[in-house]
Design a protein around this ligand. Sequence first.
Ligand SMILES: O=C(O)c1cc(C(=O)O)c2c(n1)C(=O)C(=O)c1cc(C(=O)O)[nH]c1-2
Length: 234
Amino acid sequence: MTDPEARSTAEFTAALRAHEDRYWHKHPLHLRLHEGRLAPDELRLWIANRWYYQKWLPQKDAAIIASCPLADVRRRWVRRLADQDGSEGRPGGHAQWLDLAEAAGLSRTEVVDERHVLPGVRFATDAYVAFARTRPWIEAVAASLTELFSPALMRTRLTALRTHYPWIAPSGHRYHEARPDTATHDAGHALTLVTTHCVTRAEQDAALAALGFKCEVLWSILDALEHEHTGRGR
Ligand SMILES: O=C(O)c1cc(C(=O)O)c2c(n1)C(=O)C(=O)c1cc(C(=O)O)[nH]c1-2
């Protein structure tokens, strides 16, 4: 039976896409990064902290797979693990992010041992992983829909890195060169899942809340960094 209160697919999609206003591309730290106004140490701190978000993504995605009863969804979603972890002969996003860290003058050791990770970044990222572990799988899929907005941001960032931070070796740019296309495909798949499986008003509301929560996770990550950069963190 259809829910008379449910949004049409077009209305629901528009409501999801409207979350772009809350996405972290507008955060002051991203704006400063894009304008070339981050000092080398500030950029390095951003890279080391963004690693912490990145490193948890496969475990977040494994949590979605673990709670999803649908084989078709699991079969497609599992690709996300190799996209970050890599597979035989193919480096994944994690290796590419560590290349960026090295190209920017950080050692792999100091990134991987998380010595630069700020408490706020840890709390925000951990909250996203906990969400995926505890909420219905489709809500965690909805939370991943910030990726609808990430390709444009990553392309802007790549141009900014090349233009304003030429001291970063080109070997560091592979992540940002490769990821926007993958993100576009992944986000398209996730959007189809959410619009197909969230058919009642309550399910749609839960998906919208999940995406709102995720926007806050990302925004909080940058707030923690901005606080540190402006010297109020210590
Ligand atoms: O660099 C970025 O700004 C950015 C943003 C996001 C995002 O919007 O969540 C992701 C990524 N990158 C990314 O690289 C990535 O693999 C990714 C996975 C997810 C997710 O929630 O499943 N978001 C993102």
